[in-house]
Design a protein around this ligand. Structure first.
Ligand code: FPP
Ligand code: MG
Length: 292
């Protein structure tokens, strides 16, 4: 069960960023881009924490497909899926302890706290329209960006002692992480499940209002009542989808993602030029143009 998603078919977006960041920071510090074994472990641990959270998320969301195949909960049932997620997290924790660096442990365990808090934020909703967007961005940071930001920070700590470099790595990861999730929220409206390997329109079905709906609501205040009742009345989901597509919600969310990507590029450009730094710049473009 625990090996099920480690079949090499995922995008490996997180470990790829982490390894590139490690090389870019190593090069910035001493002109050698070679990845240290502990930096590589952080890339592995980041993917494991992510996968453990997805195994649990699919139980919470009662999802039946992920990465183009049936979910763990679908194949083995919910009880075993919860334990499988726990086990992946346990093995990741052992690997983290083995690195033997208390700062790295606290940076990466913060991610686990953020993931759980992010998931809780998603279960709740804000009645006040003005607070909704801030709530959405906070949830987006905790659910998605914290893992990328803190894993980037962790490898930068192993690369060099300069706190300015740690901040650059963190800010790059944070901004690209938020952009990644904003595009994920767009794809939930615009893509198909075959392309994504997981169900689409999933957010509305779960009662969750993401960027495209929140922007659409500014144009069509009728959506407000639907958000408040978490799209629970018959026809709500379809009507909300229609409003989103009629509004500029998709474009506005994409534009917001672009702004976060520009900020990520601005941050990473502070490092000394290297092929890996350029790859991280390119990755910011790929995040915006991805279709899965
Ligand atoms: C996917 O969200 C879910 C996450 C990115 C995080 C889920 C976090 C938890 C379940 C907390 C427990 C954490 C650990 C480490 C065990 P989504 O439903 O919006 O995306 P999806 O469409 O890919 O399912
Ligand atoms: Mg889900």
């Amino acid at each position: 069960m625990c090996e099920y998603y480690f079949d090499g078919k995922g995008k490996a977006f997180r470990p790829m960023i982490v390894v590139l960041m490690a090389r870019a920071c190593n090069f910035h510090h001493n002109s050698s881009g070679e990845v240290q074994a502990n930096q590589r472990s952080i890339a592995v641990i980041a993917e494991m924490i992510h996968t453990a959270s997805l195994v649990h998320d699919d139980v919470i969301d009662d999802a039946n497909s992920r990465r183009g195949k049936m979910t763990v909960n679908q194949v083995w049932g919910e009880r075993k899926a919860v334990l499988a997620g726990d086990f992946i997290l346990a093995v990741a924790s052992v690997a983290l302890a083995r690195i033997g660096n208390a700062t790295i442990v606290s940076v990466l365990t913060q991610v686990i706290e953020d993931l759980v808090r992010g998931e809780f934020l998603q279960l709740g909703s804000k009645e006040n329209e003005n607070e909704r967007f801030a709530h959405y961005l906070e949830k987006t940071f905790k659910k998605t960006a914290s893992l990328i930001a803190n894993s980037c920070k962790a490898v930068s700590i192993l690369a060099c002692p300069d706190p300015k470099v740690h901040e650059i790595a963190y800010q790059y990861g944070k901004n690209i992480g938020i952009a990644f999730q904003l595009i994920d929220d767009v794809l939930d409206f615009t893509s198909c499940s075959q392309q994504l390997g997981k169900p689409t329109s999933a957010d509305l079905k779960l009662g969750i209002a993401t960027g495209p709906v929140l922007f659409a609501c500014q144009q069509f205040p009728e959506i407000n009542a639907m958000i408040m009742r978490r799209f629970s009345l018959p026809g709500d989901i379809q009507r909300a989808q229609e409003y989103v597509l009629q509004s500029g919600g998709i474009q506005q969310t994409t534009y917001l993602a672009q702004r976060y990507c520009h900020e990520a590029v601005r941050e990473i450009s502070k490092l000394r030029p290297s092929p890996e730094r350029d790859a991280l710049v390119q990755l910011a473009e790929i995040v915006l143009s991805r279709d899965k």
